[in-house]
Structures are given as C-alpha cells and as structure tokens.
Design a protein around this ligand. Sequence first.
Ligand code: DGY
Length: 322
Amino acid sequence: MRKKVFLTRTLHDFALKELRKKYQIEVHKGKIPIPQSKLRSKIKDIDGLICFPYDIINKETIELAKNLRVISTYSVGFDHIDTKYAKEKKIRVGYTPEVLTDATADLAFLLLLDSLRRVSEGDRIIRDGKWKVVYGAHDYVGVDLQGKTLGILGLGRIGQTLAKRAKAFDMKIIYHNRNRISKTKEKSLGTKYVSFEKLISQSDVISIHVPHTKETDKMFNMKVFKKMKDTVFLINTSRGKVVNEKDLVVALKKKIIAGAGLDVFEQEPIGKGHPLTKLQNVVLAPHIGSSTKETRSKMAEITVKNLNLGMNGKKPIYSVGY
Ligand code: DGY
C-alpha cells in the first residue's frame, strides 16, 4: 500500500507529479484555508501533510494523527503549526526559508516605496475618474526616502536583505533584534542596533520581520503607535497578528501614524468590507511576499524534498527543531 499524503492546497504540476510517483495523494479543494473539521478528519490516517500559512495545525489536530511522519509547510513561517507538540509526537516539520528572502524583502521595499510615494493611491484616483488637478504643487505629494530612518524589527535574513535595499536608497538604518548581530555585519549593512523603544520613536518607516509568537502577539498596538512619530509609515510582511489591527485602523484614521503598507492581516483573506480597505493611507497586498514564479517554484521543490525526507524518517533540509 502506498503511503498517503494530503495537501491542503494545490501545488505546481511538477511537484504533484513527483509526489504521485511515490504516494497516494489527495489535494483539498474548496474553502481556503481548509476548514478545521475537514483537516481533522483527513489527518487521522495520512502519513504526510503538505500545508500552507493560516491552516491551523494545532495540538488538538495533531493528536488525531495515527500515522503522520511529517508536516511540510510551503512557507518560511510556521506559526500555524504546534511544532513543539509535533516534536513530542516525533513528527518532523519542514519549512522553506532562504529561497524566499529576496522576494519578500523586495515586497517589503515595494510597500515602503508605494506608501511614501502614494502610487497605489494615485492608481485608485485615476481608475475612479478623480484625477482633476494636473501637476498641482500640493497634490499627491509623497515624502523622500533619502536621509529618512528605516527601523527594522527583526534583522534575520529578510531584514538584512531589506537593509541592503534601503542602503542603496540612502536611508539611515536602525534595527532591533532579540540578539545583536556582529559588529562587522552591522558595519557592512550600515545598521545601528537600538532598543525597541528607540526604534519606534526614532524611525520614519518601520518594517516588521519577526515571527508571530506569544511574545510578538499584537506588539504593535495603540500604546506603541502613540510613541511613534506621527509621520511614520508601518510596513508589515511578516504576520498580521503581530499588529493589533483594530488599533492600527484607529491610528491610521486619526493620523496618529501617517500610513501603512501591509501584506499580512490578522485573518486572511480580507474582503471589501474590511475597515482597512476604506482608508487611503494604506497600501494593501494579498499576502504575496514570496509570490514570484521563481521563488514559488523553488518553495514547491523544497516542500516536496522536505516531505520525502520526513517520510523516510530523515530530517528535512529545513527542519524546525527535529
Ligand atoms: C511565509 O512563507 O511564511 C511568508 O508569509 C511568505 O510571504
């Protein structure tokens, strides 16, 4: 009997073909993220699981698995998986860092540029037939990047790559991280380590690159927004839950902060009625940080490799803990 692999969303044809050679595979069709009830009924007798961000693979779900050897997520983030419990049950967890670093840093920088130069807002104005003033001295003006301070929260791979982009645009870069990086690296990136308090009060743009954990949950809230400059822009390409979205909407509406560029949200997808969609000073993207042809295809390749290794009782190429 072939081992069973379940995918909560479809993947590239080459990846499915590869999987079909070895396993009996089933791909979830229908509502995304997969409803918990369906995931729980499927997990009971599968050997391998390929999942995506916002699929909830918690303890209660993992507990139901009788044969599961590996969970392979098509993402660098793994906050949707109870990795601690998976380890206890000797289930390997694979993920896809590195290959998506450039694409995600590019998107963070794009949101930064768009927020400061108001391109998406201008696009909406034109499409809505509201472009009336031509070349007005005070119309659709943005702000310069050059000489402004970019505060990076989380100077891991993506944060460091963003720093390189910002340096090329003559921005000053400060960062806060759990651990300070080496002085040599700080020098080559042109970054300066500061406390979280300094980061939020000194930055003209803040870009978030920390995972969602108990410690980072809603760490950007009204108390924090009030300590920021009222000219600051907040960029988030990490996880929506790091920001208190209700507070963010109020801060943007009341101009406590100047604007935001967001690729991630507390709940995804967000729809037309979401309060953020009513605001002009926010640029919204549908969680596309890693979404380039090249990157997504490399991610699929690694997702399959991680799964194969785990199915054979081996450690995935990129493995969480075990
Ligand atoms: C991931 O892979 O976790 C990121 O959200 C990519 O954008």
